[in-house]
Every structure is written in C-alpha cells, then in structure tokens.
Design a protein around this ligand. Sequence first.
Ligand code: HEM
Length: 487
Amino acid sequence: MNHRYHFGLIKVDASAVVLVGMTHSVVLWGGSLKEENIIKPGAASGFKHIPGSSGLPLFGHTFQFISDPIKTTLKLYEKHGPVFRTNVFFLDVVNVIGPEAVKAVLADPDKNFSSKLAIEAFVKDFIGRAILARDFEDHRYHRRIMQSAFKSGPMKTYQIRMTPHIALGLSRCEKDRYFLFHPFIKRLSLRLASEIFLGLEEGGDLDTINAALVTMMNGAIAPIRLKIPGLAFNEGLVKRKVIADYISKLIVERRANPSMDMLSEFCNAKSEQGEQFSDSDIIDHMLFMWLAAHETTTSLLCHVMYRICQFPEWQNRLREECCGIGKAAIDYEDLPKLEQMDWVIKETLRMHPPAPLTMRTALRECEFYGYHIPANTMISIGPGVSHFLKEFWTEPEKFDPQRFSSERAEDKSHSHAYVPFGGGAHTCIGMHFASMEAKAILYQMLLNHSWQTPEGYDPKFTMMPIPKPKDNLPILMKDLPRRSRLH
Ligand code: HEM
C-alpha cells in the first residue's frame, strides 16, 4: 500500500514525498520509500518520550533546517542535549549530536543502525548496491576489496594523472577580470574524476560522459521524484543507464588490458582473502564514487578559496610553502611537506563540512542513551555539529588553521570532535584522495598567481543541497610579478 499525503492541491504517493537525507552533504530528496520504513508524519511516532518537538504543524523544523542545518541543530542540542527529536521534511527524526553520542551510533557495536536502509530510502534508484548501501559483514567484504584502489601505489598514479589537467584548467582561467570560481572548480573536479576514475582522455567520449554525469547527479538530488520524461529525476535515471552501459563495456576492456585508472583497479582488485568484485558491483561502486567525490571536493575547494582570499596572510603563507617545494607541480611524496596547507584544508572542512549530517535507520528496537528507540526510526547524526562545540574548540566561530598544529592539536580533544569524513565502518574511503586532489590543485593555483575576492566581499552561503557561496564566488586571478614567480 502507498501512503498518499495531501499538500494543498498537490497529492503525491509516498514514493514521491519530499524527504531528506544526507550523505556527503548532498541532500538526497525523496526515493522509493518502502512501507515498512515510513515513519508516519506529524505526531512523533513512538518516541514522544525523547526530548524535543515536532516543530511547526506539517513543516516541522524544515525551513530552519534548510537555511542552516548546523546552527539549527546546535541550538536544539543546547536546549535538549545529545539526543532529541525533530520533524524535518515530513519525517520524525531522532537527532544524535556531540562527539560521544555520534561515536556511539557510528561505531555501533550492537549492529542496531543501518546505513543501507537509510540511504535506500532516499536514493536507491541511483546508487544500486553501492558501498554506503551495505551493512556489517556485506559492507566489510566490499570495503576490503575497494581498499586496494586507495593504497599508495594507485594513489601515486592518480596524482600523476591529475597534474596536466590542473595545469590545462588553470591556463583556461580568465586573468585580470572577475569570474565565478564555483562553476570553474566544479568543471575541473569533474574532469579530474572522469580521467582518474574511468581513464577518459580529452576528446573521445569524455564530453558525452561528463554531460551524462552532470544530468545523473542533478537527478539524484532533484526534489521531485517522479519518473516522468522531462523531469530531472527521470532524466538522471536515463543517463545513469547510459553511463552504466558504457562502464559495462569498459570493464571488458580493462579486465583484459588494465590501465592506470580506478576502474582498472576495481576490475582487478583482490582483498587479502582473494575476494573480487562482479561486473554489477563495479558499476554500482563506480557510479557512487562520482556522487561521493565530485560535489564534496568542489565544495571544499570553493570554501578554501574564499577563506584564503578573506585572509591574505594565509594565502601568502601557503604560497611561500609551495615555493619552498620548488617545482611546477607536486608529486605524491611532497604531500606531507604542505603542512600549513593541510591546516587550512582541515580548518575549512571544520567550518564548512560538505557532509555535516548523515543518516542511519534503527534496524530493531533498541536502547540508546537511556531512550527507547523503535525499529525503523530515522536517525540523523551530526558529526559536523561537533565542529562548533565550545567544549572542544577555542573560539569555534573563528577561522584559525593554527589550531591543527601539533602544539595545539584541538582536533585530538576527542576521537569524534573532528569528523568531516565521518567515523566508524563507513568512514570516507576517499578522504586521502580528497586531500591529495585539493593540495594538487591549490599548489598549482598559488605558485604563480594571486587570488582575490571583491573589496568588502561578504558572501551568503547556501547549505543545501551542498554548502557553497550563493553567488558562486566571484574571483580575480592575477599573475604574480615575474621576480616572485617560480616558473
Ligand atoms: C571533501 C571531500 C569529502 C568529504 C567531506 C566526504 C565525506 C564523507 C563522509 C562524511 C562519509 C561517511 C558517510 C556516512 O557515514 O554515512 C563518506 C563516505 C564515503 N566517501 Fe567521502 N567525502 C569526500 C570525498 C570523497 C572522495 C574524493 C571519494 C572517492 C574518491 C569519496 C568516497 C566515499 C565513499 C565510497 C564513501 C562510502 C564509504 C563506505 O560506505 O564504506 N569521498 N564521505
């Protein structure tokens, strides 16, 4: 049976009800929600004993949440403590906030909380059986195999492949006049992903596949989840099939002749126990990589750029660090030398986490923090909210990269105080990849160019579906005077 909800004159099926969930901070709306997973809207079903409220009639806390999920959740945390209920996007949700409580859900020693059920409720059509849609032993099996594509050998190769594309992207930037940084960096990061994940070269199928990927990703986050031709959701699914068929053909080639890309790694990866992926596993895992990697890395780089323009002293410090390395582009071995850049990236991820919240579903009735949690309860976990708690950070509202230096090490105040990449079994498998890509791009950007935002620039940020400056970050790139240039 399908639930039908009425919103004014609009009548939709439960499978099309606008819901929200978050993985990688992409707000994933809607999805084919199964009857047994539906928590009835409105009255806090079965967990009224948990502190909190259902907010406004019908809309609950949705509007506050859309405008700023971190600030909204922080306020409620201050009022109710680490576990409280809200109603967001017509769903009653139990929120878990603060390092200790977040750790308890993410570590999940009693196997009470499912990532699979939570993510399937939102994006099943798009992610198939991707790794985030797997739990416990099944998840561990896939993660063991996938891990080999992120070891230092393949990572070095990915880094080498990135270098010329970053240089080419930069050479196409307009100099001495303002351009929008967000679309620029989004194109560059898509280009890098297609090169590294699938080994697609300039020309050939690259443009067709990149265009299909953009349509697929827009479909995955589309608010209206109906399979009607012309709607973004439906077009996204059509393109997903196109890309899946394309990858399917590439798998045959890469199994026979491995190349230096992630697809080849997946085709030939074996865990220490000798386990391997099937073709359909590879397709689901590859497609999820884009959803996981692309928008998050774009969001990170956009916010780093904003911050180093806001604090030119940090821009200069990073440039000096780059000049100290003294080459046109970095190698994998140079990454640890960029210590201050590491602090700036970390501080940006602390203040602007691309994935501030993530979701799980209670598999069974359980006790959590002394509260009874009914089966099928949607749990919203806020790792990113911990980044603003005064108990763990000095002046959390201040941009202060130095807090990550070994002398201060504020991120070490609790194992889950700093968790931009999540924690527990589903911790981001691409966290080093993301940091490597960010460093490789920033290095080339800073070496011979200066960057600035307009005088008195004070951007507003959209938080959903993924954090970014509302105006796409106007930016001015200038060549550095010859004498201070390295190349
Ligand atoms: C700044 C960039 C990134 C951020 C902030 C980020 C954040 C996260 C977070 C918070 C999770 C855990 C989700 C959960 O527990 O529900 C996650 C999982 C994941 N991420 Fe990332 N991510 C980033 C970049 C990447 C990149 C570049 C890749 C791939 C190259 C990637 C691949 C994945 C995958 C496959 C998972 C699922 C892991 C599993 O289920 O075992 N991510 N990411």
